[in-house]
Design a protein. Structure first.
Length: 316
C-alpha cells in the first residue's frame, strides 16, 4: 500500500481549512469583525497574552520534574526556551507534532536516549490532555445548558475516557514481557513493531517507579490548564462576551480536542467553527465569535514569532 505524499496531504489540509473558513465567513460582514476587534479592551487582551509566559514557565517546571525521573538535570530556563521554539514550529508542522519533535530532540540533547526522550514528551503531553478531560467531566455537571445541547456528548466523553485508560495502562503499567514476545516474533514486520513498543515500554516503565513525581506533574498540569482556560476567558472579557468563567472549563477543552483533529492547518477553520458553535448557546453573533478566534490565533502567531527569534539565537 502506497503512502500518501506529505505534500499532497498538506495541500488537502489547506483545502479543508479553506472550505471551513469559507463556510464560517461566507455570510459575515468583515466590517463587523473588524469593529468587534477595534472595540476590544486592549489592556485586558494584553493581560491575556501575558498568561502565555505563565503557562510556558509552569510547562517548563513540569518538564523538568519528568526529566528527573530519567536522571536528567537541566535548568528551567533552557526548557522554557525550548517550549518557545516549539510554538514556532507548531505553525509550520502538523498540529502539535512539530513542537513535540523539537522538545523530544532537546530532551535527547540533554543526554537521553531516543526512546526515553520520546517517552518524557509523551507523558508531558498526556498529562495536559488528561487534565483537559478531567475538566470536561466535572464541567458536565455544572454546565447543563451547554451539555444538553451537544448531541451525544456523553458518548464522546466516554470514548475519550476509554482511550485515556488504555494510554494509562500502556504508559504507567506496561506489560514488558508481552512486548518482548512480540519483539521475538518470526514475522519481520511484527517483530519490528514489537521492538519499538518494547523500547518505549521500558522507557515508560521508569515512570511507574516515580508515582509521587507523577502526582506533582499532574498538579502542575491542573495549574497550567486552568491558566489556559483563564487566558480564553480574558479574551472573552476583552470583547465583552457574556460567558461565565466556569463554562470555559467545558468550552476550551472541547475546542482544543476539536482543533487537534489532523484535517486542517494549525486548526484554521476548525477554531472559528468550534467557537461559533459553542458561543451560539449564549446568543453571540458570528462576527464576534470569529473576532474571538482570530484574536486568539493572532496571539499564537506573535508567540510563534518570539519562538522563531529564540530559535535563530540558539547556539546549537
Amino acid at each position: 500500500m502506497k503512502k500518501i505524499n506529505p505534500k499532497i496531504f498538506f495541500i488537502i489540509k489547506i483545502f479543508i481549512s479553506g472550505l471551513l473558513l469559507y463556510y464560517i465567513i461566507r455570510d459575515v460582514n468583515f466590517t463587523e469583525i473588524l469593529k468587534s476587534i477595534e472595540n476590544s479592551n486592549f489592556p485586558i487582551l494584553l493581560l491575556a497574552f501575558s498568561l502565555h509566559g505563565v503557562g510556558l514557565y509552569v510547562s517548563a517546571v513540569r518538564w523538568k520534574i519528568l526529566l528527573k525521573t530519567q536522571n536528567v538535570e537541566t535548568k528551567v530556563w533552557y526548557l522554557f526556551k525550548s517550549y518557545l521554539v516549539a510554538t514556532f514550529f507548531n505553525h509550520f508542522l502538523p498540529s502539535t507534532v512539530g513542537g513535540d519533535s523539537v522538545r523530544a530532540y532537546d530532551s535527547y540533547r540533554l543526554g537521553e536516549d531516543k526512546a526515553n526522550a520520546f517517552a518524557v514528551v509523551v507523558v508531558d503531553r498526556f498529562m495536559g490532555l488528561l487534565t483537559l478531560l478531567i475538566f470536561v467531566i466535572f464541567s458536565m455537571f455544572f454546565s447543563k445548558h451547554i451539555t444538553d445541547k451537544i448531541p451525544d456528548l456523553g458518548l464522546w466523553v466516554s470514548l475519550m475516557i476509554a482511550g485515556f485508560l488504555a494510554i494509562i495502562w500502556f504508559v504507567f503499567t506496561p506489560d514488558i514481557k508481552l512486548f518482548e514476545k512480540i519483539k521475538n516474533s518470526h514475522n519481520k514486520i511484527i517483530a519490528k513493531a514489537g521492538s519499538l513498543l518494547y523500547k518505549l515500554a521500558n522507557a515508560f516503565w521508569q515512570f511507574s517507579k516515580h508515582r509521587q513525581t507523577l502526582i506533582e506533574a499532574l498538579f502542575l498540569s491542573i495549574i497550567l490548564q486552568a491558566n489556559v482556560v483563564t487566558y480564553y476567558y480574558l479574551i472573552a472579557v476583552g470583547l465583552d462576551l457574556p460567558i461565565d468563567y466556569l463554562d470555559f472549563y467545558l468550552i476550551v477543552p472541547l475546542t482544543i480536542f476539536i482543533m487537534m483533529l489532523p484535517i486542517s492547518v494549525n486548526g484554521i477553520g476548525l477554531r472559528e467553527n468550534a467557537f461559533y458553535f459553542f458561543f451560539t448557546f449564549y446568543g453571540i453573533v458570528k462576527s464576534h465569535a470569529i473576532a474571538f478566534a482570530w484574536i486568539e490565533f493572532a496571539m499564537l502567531l506573535v508567540l510563534g514569532i518570539i519562538g522563531g527569534i529564540t530559535y535563530a539565537l540558539r547556539k546549537h
